[in-house]
Design a protein around this ligand. Sequence first.
Ligand SMILES: *[C@@H]1O[C@H](CO)[C@@H](O)[C@H](O)[C@H]1NC(C)=O
Ligand SMILES: *[C@@H]1O[C@H](CO)[C@@H](O)[C@H](O)[C@H]1NC(C)=O
Ligand SMILES: *[C@@H]1O[C@H](CO)[C@@H](O)[C@H](O)[C@H]1NC(C)=O
Ligand SMILES: *[C@@H]1O[C@H](CO)[C@@H](O)[C@H](O)[C@H]1NC(C)=O
Ligand SMILES: *[C@@H]1O[C@H](CO)[C@@H](O)[C@H](O)[C@H]1NC(C)=O
Ligand SMILES: *[C@@H]1O[C@H](CO)[C@@H](O)[C@H](O)[C@H]1NC(C)=O
Ligand SMILES: *[C@@H]1O[C@H](CO)[C@@H](O)[C@H](O)[C@H]1NC(C)=O
Ligand SMILES: *[C@@H]1O[C@H](CO)[C@@H](O)[C@H](O)[C@H]1NC(C)=O
Ligand SMILES: *[C@@H]1O[C@H](CO)[C@@H](O)[C@H](O)[C@H]1NC(C)=O
Ligand SMILES: *[C@@H]1O[C@H](CO)[C@@H](O)[C@H](O)[C@H]1NC(C)=O
Ligand SMILES: *[C@@H]1O[C@H](CO)[C@@H](O)[C@H](O)[C@H]1NC(C)=O
Length: 816
Amino acid sequence: MGLLGKMLLLFGLFQSSVWIISVSGNPEFAINPYSDFTIHINRSTTSQLNCKVCIKNSCQSSVTVSKSTNVVFTCPQPEDVFMVEIVRHIVCNISCNGTITPEDVPSIQNFNRTFTWNVNVLGHKAFHLDFTRAGLRQIQPKEQCQDKHIYTVSTGKVTVGKFCLYGTIKSIQVLRKGSVSLQVPGKQQLNTASFGVSTASEITSPAIINVILPEEPSWQDFYSPNYPESFPDDDLITWAFQVPYKYYSTVHILNYTIPRCETKDTRMEYQLYGRTMVKKLSEPQLSEHQGSFNLSLQNCNVDTQSPFTRLTLHFQISAVRRGNEVRCTVDLKSEKGLLIHIMKKEPKSDCILKLNSLDQNTATITSQKITYVSFIDCQEENLLITMNKTIVCQQLRDCPYPESLRVPVLDKCIIGVVQEVRWILQGPQRGTVELLSSAGNLQQLLPGQICKDTVIFTVSENEAQGITVGQFCPQGSIHKMQINATNITVSALSTGEKNLRQITSSLLQVSFTKSIRESYIFTVLPKKDIPVLLATPAWPLGMKAYAIVSWFISFPTQLEAHVSFPNVSQLTCKNRPAYIKLQRKRSQGKMYSWQDQNPKDVVVSESFYLNMSNCLPVKGAFSVVSQVTLHVGKSVLLSIVLSVVGVLLLLTIILAAFCIIRKKKQKQKAPEVSVYNPNSHPFLPGLHDIPRETEDEDLHIYHYIDDHLVYGHLLKNLKEDEKPAVGVYRDFNGPTGQEPLTDESEGRGAVELQVGVYRSFTGPQSAPDVPGTLVKPGEILACEGEQKADEEISADDDQETLPNVQGKPKTEPMVA
Ligand SMILES: *[C@@H]1O[C@H](CO)[C@@H](O)[C@H](O)[C@H]1NC(C)=O
Ligand SMILES: *[C@@H]1O[C@H](CO)[C@@H](O)[C@H](O)[C@H]1NC(C)=O
Ligand SMILES: *[C@@H]1O[C@H](CO)[C@@H](O)[C@H](O)[C@H]1NC(C)=O
Ligand SMILES: *[C@@H]1O[C@H](CO)[C@@H](O)[C@H](O)[C@H]1NC(C)=O
Ligand SMILES: *[C@@H]1O[C@H](CO)[C@@H](O)[C@H](O)[C@H]1NC(C)=O
Ligand SMILES: *[C@@H]1O[C@H](CO)[C@@H](O)[C@H](O)[C@H]1NC(C)=O
Ligand SMILES: *[C@@H]1O[C@H](CO)[C@@H](O)[C@H](O)[C@H]1NC(C)=O
Ligand SMILES: *[C@@H]1O[C@H](CO)[C@@H](O)[C@H](O)[C@H]1NC(C)=O
Ligand SMILES: *[C@@H]1O[C@H](CO)[C@@H](O)[C@H](O)[C@H]1NC(C)=O
Ligand SMILES: *[C@@H]1O[C@H](CO)[C@@H](O)[C@H](O)[C@H]1NC(C)=O
Ligand SMILES: *[C@@H]1O[C@H](CO)[C@@H](O)[C@H](O)[C@H]1NC(C)=O
């Protein structure tokens, strides 16, 4: 009964209690309120008019009426001076649940009216203001509502906010005591939209504003309590946002001020389902969040001595409908050295990438922690993923076995195309990193070439400039790479739009081994008739100063390798020249050596080393592309050679004679060569010593002479004697089908050869140009006499060279 009665009191009060009686031109009111109503009639502080309100004979600037009373004003238009506040106290005992419908009184409609309901709940901790029917919209203090009705909700001395009717705020919970007031200007028809008041269970915040976002794109502004004045010290306010299904909301802070804190922090605390997220006001806030959430603004204990004491916040919530969200909890707690970098291909696309609840264009996930990422309306092709995997081997004994380099397996919920995987390989000090292709061998990829496969490997040394060793494709001849470096990066990059994620097999094997003498060693297993291009590391840039690269070209004995050098750079060296050496594997001493000159095409009949060493370049850079092609040689070739031998035998005697002359000449010329040793060497012309291996130097020089100059004599001889000699040479090469020597190069080679030979004997500037193909028939023809001559020469200068020189013609008669 009591409850019902109370509810009735809330309604229809003013209709019977206030009316106007006009006496002698001055307005008179008879006020007869119910017991718990109070009416204040106050003179506006801004009014200049001296008008008073009188009860009986007492006239004042304001009166408070709480029982039947007649009031008279001393001016004709009191509504210009006075405002009326109708205050209702609502005390809820045990529980109450009712509706408040503001009702106007025709006689005081001309006054600015404020209807105030003070609510107090006894035995309860909170009450609930229910605006579900119309809803409220928060406004700035000076803002006006369209219908000129402004609601103000307060708790204690704190203004929770000012509101207009019709909005997304559906209810407000207030702790213990609070008030709702409605301001309506004079002559304005009262909107009688009602709202509910009921007791509520205890809440954790002095006030909770419940917002239900509509099922349409929306933007709503909110302000901190007391805005633009400060939110109180150590206080808390909560907004509970109910977001429709499939809608994603974002919190934008539009304006804020923060105080200097004595203790605690000023912060935004988000309660998302299942977890809490705390942000500073200066940080990016919740973004593209699906589902309802609570947001609390917590003030600190403000340092009142500081000039910065105000906490104010103006933020906006936007919400839009989106498709499906894929949420991913990436647990890399037990993973080491893995970094996953996800990048939106187009920052403005509909695809939304979130990292730890924040909308991002890129997201980096690192190992040893749990990361939350999610994807809204994302297709795989909207996102690119790169991964860095660091593999560390501190001591050789810690990592005795090769490790497979595979594309790290990503959780299915991570959306995106894996475009690149980088392995950062950190070996022990003074170690070598060995890379072995897991399936098939690798092909060196030179600039301008394209890789038909799905993946390109880039190997680089992690030095200051990040030297690239080279780029490689699967399906080639490079079996193994050894890099004398402790810190290298191997990257597998997908070609085109391919997704490396689909590659589950091992791509490469890495092992860490002891230091090698060379900077790089490549083991190459060429296939028959397929040309293999091998470029010096860092191509097309130059190799590091003094770097040594060695290719070990291995192939079965029935085959022979045609080696050519399609691209050789020019450089000027300081101290010592750069060199290119070609050394047979079994017959160790057999060697071609080029220093400061262009290397010539050669044919080699057994596995060999192709070694190159850079100098300290002062001009230009050391970069060389070599080409190796295997052909069937030996037996076929041998038979051809034998048929040619008959013709060539005729020349043997002449040759022998020249050999002797040459030997003498050479002895005279050799000092000239070594004397020519300026500080700066052009790479091309001239023969120079290699200071680093002085013993070898001479050896190489003689070797060179052995292989080329001797034959050069033959050619010279032939040329001088008769043109057919050149023809023989051509006939010889033709049938063997040696590809490196095309007709053109043969012809040119032959001509240059002749010129070169002469020059090499007349001065140090000229390099003998003798194709390797010519060497072999020369050797065969050169026979005993020539070899002996070389032997002697070699013996004079270097013991080591001698056996090499000796062995060569005997073991390798067939190399053409
Ligand atoms: C009117 O005056 C009374 C006290 O005289 C005060 O309590 C009340 O808040 C005032 N109302 C307005 C709207 O200023
Ligand atoms: C009544 O309210 C209007 C604005 O709503 C204001 O301009 C006017 O000064 C107020 N009158 C009094 C007497 O306070
Ligand atoms: C609240 O209700 C209880 C029991 O119904 C009563 O004892 C108490 O006096 C009431 N308090 C008020 C302020 O009405
Ligand atoms: C108040 O009463 C209405 C119906 O009259 C009911 O729907 C609502 O749930 C009640 N509220 C509380 C807090 O009891
Ligand atoms: C931010 O708030 C300050 C005062 O609190 C105000 O002066 C300023 O104009 C506001 N800026 C914007 C962009 O609203
Ligand atoms: C928000 O707070 C209310 C009341 O404390 C709670 O019932 C609700 O579960 C919270 N919502 C979320 C998303 O945590
Ligand atoms: C991944 O590793 C590469 C090479 O070391 C480095 O350049 C890149 O910055 C790394 N990526 C990230 C996101 O750290
Ligand atoms: C090989 O690496 C060691 C250091 O580990 C270095 O001292 C040496 O000079 C390197 N050799 C070459 C040829 O680069
Ligand atoms: C190896 O290289 C990476 C990438 O450049 C670098 O971050 C790291 O410090 C290097 N490590 C060592 C041991 O030099
Ligand atoms: C060429 O390099 C290999 C290592 O790959 C080495 O064993 C050989 O002695 C080197 N030969 C010359 C002539 O430098
Ligand atoms: C050698 O390679 C460089 C770099 O790719 C290129 O610019 C140059 O034209 C090439 N030279 C020849 C003769 O092919």
